[in-house]
Ligand binder design. Structure first.
Ligand code: RM4
Ligand code: MN
Ligand code: MN
Length: 431
């Protein structure tokens, strides 16, 4: 079931006159800071964040999972859900496949999935190669296991399986029209002394080199760091410095991917963004929020000011625009309807982007140059405290999407419709 544009338009009509007066006021307020509201709307309208293929099903923890019914039964239905999300937000135009959770197979399988996505206006973002659990197709046949790691494993057979799986994921991505590979590794140690820090790092670097040799010229490859979990004593790619070493040591088109949940508490993530952008190695982003660790909470739900500052650094790197990078929402939807959580996450991103665009960067630079932290704070806060919601709604409307996507999603009754067609007990595969 795809949502009809005219149905969204009907929902928009209900809110249009309020929207118009709110918008006129917002344009006026923003203009007083010397910011062009039209430019803000245009940049928000241009922005898009991929949805991972597994995100349209409920997540869960090792203590349980509580599916809500009507979940997509296969990759096709996952793309249907993402198309629905995109028709409401106008800002989720791609899907990021995690293989083997979602694997259409090379040849006819990939071609058919690509056609299906294409018909719904959905493209394929960065490919993800899962080597953190045994994959029957790559490990069983060879009688190897990722239990003690994939690329970092001392077992040559496991390393080979991991490299070949990555090659396969690249081949699949080429057939789907993707342009990047993200490598997140669970490799590390759970016990002190279990392995050599240096040996593990060197094996990962070597493996990344073998993977990179297969990456097409017009592709990029990303290394994603994470401090811990499932390796609770040490992860090989534990922080942005290690990630940068791996990227620089592997090749020119290898960049770092920053997942907002993959930092120890109080890490200054906006500074990490600035550093990576400075050396031209900022390649991708996974958006979520966290209170304690890799909690995968809804974007902007815990630390909205930090999100605003991070997006500010991205705009700095992109000369006032969001720089070209692979942006993905990486959350676990445990209690909310996954589509509702994705709608809220996307909205939070658009709001933070609009707030960051409302910062008059010339004024900020002036205050910095004058060593005037009070004025710098005023300039920042004027952006952060602007009620940008009408500008964001307008950006969505111009993309043919909903003024109020969550209200529209509920009014249209998408979940009830897919629960009827897919079944109340259908549970998505993957995470
Ligand atoms: C990791 C990381 C990766 C994601 C896996 C499933 O914590 O965030 O991006 O692919 O989880
Ligand atoms: Mn991630
Ligand atoms: Mn994570």
């Amino acid at each position: 079931m795809a949502i009809d544009r005219s149905r969204i338009e009907e929902e928009n009509q209900i809110r249009l006159s309020w929207h118009e007066s709110d918008l006129a006021h917002a344009v006026d307020v923003v203009g007083r800071s010397g910011v062009d509201a039209e430019a803000v709307i245009a940049e928000v309208a241009r922005f898009s964040a991929a949805a991972p293929s597994w995100a349209v099903g409920t997540g869960g923890t090792r203590f349980g999972r509580f599916p809500g019914g009507g979940e997509p039964r296969d990759t096709y239905e996952k793309i249907d859900d993402i198309a629905t999300l995109n028709s409401l937000t106008g800002a989720n135009r791609t899907v990021s496949l995690h293989v083997p959770w979602d694997d259409p197979g090379l040849g006819a399988g990939a071609a058919a999935l690509r056609r299906h996505a294409d018909d719904l206006g959905i493209g394929f973002d960065a490919m993800n190669s899962n080597t953190f659990q045994d994959n029957p197709s790559t490990t069983d046949d060879r009688n190897v296991s990722y239990k003690f790691g994939s690329l970092a494993n001392v077992d040559e057979g496991a390393r080979r399986a991991a490299v070949e799986h990555n090659h396969y994921v690249i081949d699949l991505g080429v057939e789907l029209g993707s342009r990047a590979l993200t490598v997140w590794l669970a490799d590390g140690m759970n016990h002190p002394g279990q392995a050599s820090f240096r040996g593990q790092f060197e094996r990962v670097l070597e493996g990344l080199g073998e993977i990179y040799a297969h990456v097409p010229d017009d592709w990029e490859m990303y290394t994603e760091h994470k401090p811990y979990e499932p390796a609770f004593y040490s992860s090989v790619n534990n922080d942005w410095g290690t990630s940068l070493l791996l990227a620089q040591g592997t090749g020119e088109r290898v960049k770092c991917l920053v997942d907002l949940g993959h930092h120890l508490p109080n890490t200054n993530i906006e500074q990490v963004v600035s550093r990576l952008a400075m050396v031209g190695r900022l390649g991708g982003f996974h958006f979520n929020d966290s209170k304690y660790g890799d909690d995968d909470l809804t974007v902007g739900s815990i630390t909205p000011f930090q999100l605003f500052l991070i997006i500010g650094e991205l705009l700095e790197a992109g000369g006032g625009q969001m720089p070209a990078a692979a942006y993905m929402i990486d959350e676990s939807h445990n209690l909310k309807d996954p589509l509702e959580d994705l709608i809220q996450a996307t909205d939070a991103l658009q709001v933070a982007l609009a707030q960051a665009l409302c910062v008059n960067r010339a004024d900020l630079a002036d205050a910095q140059q004058a060593n005037d932290p009070a004025r710098a704070a005023e300039v920042l806060h004027r952006g952060f405290r602007t009620d940008v919601r009408p500008l964001v709604a307008e950006a969505r409307r111009r993309n043919g999407a909903a003024l109020d996507p969550l209200a529209a999603f509920r009014a249209i009754g998408y979940r009830a419709a897919v629960t009827a067609s897919r079944g109340a007990d259908s549970v998505a595969t993957g995470l």
